[in-house]
Ligand binder design. Structure first.
Ligand code: IPM
Ligand code: MG
Length: 369
């Protein structure tokens, strides 16, 4: 009997459905190639779920996500839901999934593909060879701290968010960072704002404590403002960047520009029991439905899904190799197109098909162009 791999797909809003479609196409191909049957179940999430059920994340969807080893999410959000109250905004689905599935470790690899060196706004010698893993804590910090409110006062309204971290949350993500560094360049840069914030002072103390169990890893502490500067000054100094929820959110968008486009960045959000994979980019409502979006971040997320959740390391490698080969062939979506004569501007589905051709050489050349 053929073994089955099962995932839940949450296409979401904007370009989400277009890019997840290409991702699934690729996952189907590698499953077939490695002798597995792929079973997918799809659910609305974010704005799509608000429109249909009045809520960004239904219990049914959440329960379905708990029944599979991995979830693939496209993107959520769009201007039509911007005025909803905060628990009814599309983003609440994302935060709810992270919290309910306890996806505390967010992996955002910042890897420069050689053919895209000229697509970055930074100089070639700065970006060449960059290979950073941003490890962002995803279930704590200011995103979830209490109290959070807007209240009336004598001086007008007062808005409050709470930045908080507890020892256990810091410790588990720190150990994850050290563990990841052992298979890489064995360096961890822990990013905080310990010169000002108490939550950061605790962060630093707990990271130092955890480091004692990983003597082979070199640990440094970098203040978040300095880290933002170092990322554009000399990004090659970094291997694993370990940081909290909000600093990780900001630094990962900044680091995306090293790679040329946020459309290239995959992510994995991993907990003790569950995992979710999503491109780092948003729902890009301005180009939604136009078949223009770059599906490579989603396809690279599928590689991470194969590696971390489906026990298909070989398939993960094949997908990553196919992405590189496709870029070497010159195929570019609009976001990474530099108008060089060696490049061909393609749309979302053509890019997906170009990747497929490298995974399945039996396809006739020229089947899609
Ligand atoms: C991200 C996004 C989300 C975040 C938003 C959409 C809630 O920016 O995944 O980086 O802030 O975490
Ligand atoms: Mg972000």
């Amino acid at each position: 009997m053929t073994a089955t791999k099962e995932i839940v797909v949450l296409p979401g809003d904007g370009i989400g459905p277009e890019v997840t479609k290409e991702g699934i196409k690729i996952l189907e191909a590698v499953c077939k190639r490695h002798g597995y049957k792929l079973k997918t179940r799809s659910f609305d999430v974010g704005g799509a779920s608000i429109d249909r059920y009045g809520r960004p994340l239904t219990d049914e969807t959440l329960e379905a996500c708990k029944e599979v080893p991995a979830v693939l999410l496209g993107a959520v959000g769009g201007p039509q839901w911007d005025n909803e109250p905060k628990d009814k905004r599309p983003e609440a689905a994302l935060l709810g999934l992270r919290k309910e599935l306890d996806l505390f470790a967010n992996l955002r690899p910042i890897k420069v593909y050689k053919p895209l060196i000229d697509a970055s706004t930074l100089k070639k010698e700065i970006v060449e060879g960059v290979d950073i893993m941003i490890l962002r804590e995803l279930t704590g910090g200011i995103y979830f701290g209490r109290p959070r409110l807007i209240e009336k006062t004598e001086n007008g309204e007062r808005g409050v968010d709470t930045m908080e971290y507890t020892t256990d949350k810091i410790s588990r993500i720190a150990h994850k960072a050290f563990e990841m560094a052992t298979n890489r360049a064995k360096k961890v840069a822990s990013v905080d704002k310990a010169n000002v914030l108490d939550s950061s002072r605790l962060w630093r103390k707990v990271v130092i404590e955890a480091a004692k169990q990983w003597p082979e890893i070199e640990l440094e502490h970098v203040l978040v403002d300095n880290c933002a500067m170092q990322l554009v000054r000399y990004p090659k100094q970094f291997d694993v960047i370990l940081t909290g929820n909000m600093f990780g959110d900001i630094l990962s968008d900044e680091a995306a520009m090293i790679t040329g486009s946020i459309g290239m960045l995959p992510s994995a959000s991993i907990g003790e029991k569950f995992a979710m994979y999503e491109p780092v980019h948003g729902s890009a409502p301005d180009i939604a439905g136009e078949n223009k979006a770059n599906p490579l971040a989603t396809i690279a997320s599928i590689a991470m899904l194969c590696r971390h959740s489906l026990d298909m390391e070989e398939a993960a490698q094949e997908i990553e190799d196919a992405i590189l080969a496709t870029l070497e062939d010159g195929f570019r979506t609009g976001d990474i197109y530099t108008k060089s004569p060696k490049e061909y501007l393609v749309n979302t589905s053509e890019m997906g098909s170009a990747i497929m051709k490298h995974l399945n050489p039996d396809l006739q050349p020229g089947t899609f162009l």
